[in-house]
Design a protein around this ligand. Structure first.
Ligand SMILES: CC(C)(COP(=O)(O)OP(=O)(O)OC[C@H]1O[C@@H](n2cnc3c(N)ncnc32)[C@H](O)[C@@H]1OP(=O)(O)O)[C@@H](O)C(=O)NCCC(=O)NCCS
Length: 182
């Protein structure tokens, strides 16, 4: 099922389609240098076929109800990806992940996209808890859950091997009751 979420100011989150593998790969390739510092899959994304395989995996995840990933569209241009990287139905919990092109940074697009994901997650999917994990030194990523009222719950030490080093993760959580009170 295709889902489209409006995030305001002309920003839309749309289910990824196989036909979008080329623009998606082009976006990863153009931003490879900065994305690889924080995202382990960047190293393994070497051809358009890798992006095709990724989109197929995301479609299968969505069908199974264990994830929900969107292309981020602004002025009919693909500028990034955001979504629920995992959904645990039994616990009504999920995690949000995101990345965006460098030339789209600094305008509040990702904060608006994550806000739309929170609305969808709590209202439509009936989630109870949503978390975001960000590298402790990833200032821009950490600012997003902070801006949206998440609580900083702690640090997972050396949680992820990425770009040749272990990265500590700051964990942020938001409960449905906290979101409803805002
Ligand atoms: C993480 C990432 C998506 C954050 O991008 P971003 O542009 O900082 O985030 P937003 O789109 O929400 O924009 C926020 C910026 O826009 C500004 N802004 C302008 N209008 C705004 C508005 N209406 N609402 C919120 N912020 C606004 C904010 O002040 C902030 O800029 P500042 O940091 O210079 O103060 C981006 O840096 C990225 O893709 N990084 C590489 C991949 C990555 O690290 N992913 C996360 C892994 S955990």
């Amino acid at each position: 099922m295709k889902v489209c979420l409006k995030a305001g100011r002309g920003l839309e989150l749309r289910s990824l389609r196989l036909a979008e593998a080329e623009p998606l790969f082009a976006l990863v390739a153009a931003n490879r240098g900065r994305l690889r510092r924080w995202l382990p899959w960047v190293e393994d994304t070497r051809t358009v076929d890798d992006s095709r395989a990724y989109i197929l995996r995301m479609q299968a995840q969505a069908k199974a109800g264990v994830g929900l990933t969107f292309g981020l569209w602004w002025k009919e241009r693909l500028i990034g990806v955001a979504g629920f990287t995992w959904i645990a139905q039994a616990h009504r919990g999920a995690a949000i992940g995101y990345w965006m092109a460098q030339d789209a940074e600094g305008r509040g697009h990702m904060t608006a996209a994550v806000s739309a994901l929170l609305r969808h997650g709590f209202r439509e999917l009936g989630l109870h808890r949503i978390e975001i994990r960000a590298g402790v030194r990833n200032r821009r990523s950490r600012a997003i859950p902070r801006r949206l009222g998440f609580r900083h719950e702690g640090t997972l030490r050396q949680a992820e091997w990425v770009d040749g080093r272990f990265v500590d993760h700051a964990v942020y959580g938001l409960l449905a009751s906290e979101w409803a009170e805002r």
